[in-house]
Design a protein around this ligand. Structure first.
Ligand SMILES: [Zn+2]
Length: 348
């Protein structure tokens, strides 16, 4: 919990954000990674990788086929009804990134489609989870998509366009991890007496360890239970070379012990992606109530000139969650979510 944080603020923020953003969460299905372009006329296609194999077809300059497998001398391509082999020296193989973005699959119910490529346009359709749309066109930040039922626009920025790929994007990245509170500033206090400062420290340690394994350089704003000013925390973040800053907090609303969930805050527009990816991945991993991403004028975000977010990882005012949050297993889920989010962010 942060100074001045209260339940009203959550409601206010939630309404504000709901009115501001589309939560369009879609994933892209890869269609094919590679294509070949034929570079010569009357290129023989054979039923195996060698001239001893039977000739089954002839191709011509400019023809395009999907690659099944590539060898040094021979490449197998997809023909209309079967497959065949051509000499690799007579073709150009290209990674077709556009082919990876032919369809999107809606990941959440009530995904909004609009009648134009901006939030100024009207919402014309709520798509159910699992519906597949073809991508018709791209308009800056928006995909124009179509299905048999409707045509509309969804925000491209929120599309996971590298679905399934694990980048090595964390290698050599410098991540500043800020364990909220510390020393005399205990932060929020849980139903059973957990201090927020202790659990943020636990998460920071776990996150540090996991990030280090992945080759990231990790800087902690506090390395033990001590009071560190917010200014000192952002000074560390603002050092040259920082690639991302994550401030870790837990929340508490003692008057509403049923409130639970995870939320991610950002302030500057350019950090919305980072917040979005981390939030999305944490929710996937931790199976928690999604409190979404929100804009908030926290000092650690305001005085930060690096990609910065603040995560509120759960409510220790909920007794069940307080106990769950203290377990190593659940901490690992939270940390996995943060890391997956960072990977998506750096893979953009
Ligand atoms: Zn806090």
């Amino acid at each position: 919990m942060l100074k001045g944080g209260c339940y009203l603020r959550f409601i206010k923020s939630a309404i504000f954000i709901l009115s501001l953003f589309l939560f369009v969460i879609v994933a892209v299905s890869p269609v094919s990674a590679k294509q070949v372009i034929i570079n010569t006329d009357k290129l023989n296609v054979r039923d195996g990788p060698g001239t001893e194999h039977k000739k089954i077809d002839q191709l011509h300059t400019g023809d395009i086929y999907q690659v099944i497998q590539t060898g040094i001398d021979w490449t197998e391509i997809q023909l209309e009804a079967s497959s065949g082999w051509v000499k690799t020296e007579y073709i150009t193989i290209k990674e077709d990134v556009n082919m990876n973005e032919k369809t999107i699959t809606i990941q959440h119910d009530n995904t909004q489609l609009r009648d134009g490529p901006s939030t100024d346009h009207d919402i014309i359709y709520f798509a159910d989870k699992g519906i597949v749309f073809d991508i018709v066109d791209v308009h800056n930040d928006w995909y124009e998509v179509t299905s048999k039922d409707t045509t509309g626009f969804v925000l491209k920025q929120l599309v996971t366009n590298k679905a399934g790929t694990i980048s090595d994007g964390l290698k050599n990245k410098t991540i500043v991890i800020d364990a909220g509170h510390g020393g005399q500033d205990v932060g929020a206090i849980g139903v059973d007496g957990t201090f927020e400062k202790d659990i943020t420290y636990k998460t920071a340690q776990e996150l540090k360890q996991e990030l280090s394994v992945l080759g990231a350089e990790v800087i902690l704003t506090r390395v033990k239970d001590e009071y560190i000013s917010l200014g000192s925390r952002t000074s560390l973040a603002n050092m040259p070379g920082t690639d991302a800053f994550i401030s870790i907090h837990y929340n508490s609303v003692p008057d509403s012990p049923d409130v639970t969930g995870i939320g991610t805050y950002y302030l500057k527009e350019q950090n919305k992606d980072l917040a979005y990816f981390i939030q999305q991945e944490m929710i996937k991993e931790a199976d928690a109530v999604d409190r979404d991403i929100k804009i908030e004028d926290f000092q650690v975000l305001r005085q930060n000139y690096k990609p910065a977010v603040l995560v509120e990882l759960g409510f220790i005012s909920n007794q069940e969650k307080e106990q769950l949050l203290l377990t190593n297993a659940y901490q690992k889920k939270l940390v996995s979510g943060i890391i997956n989010g960072l990977e998506k962010y750096f893979a953009q």
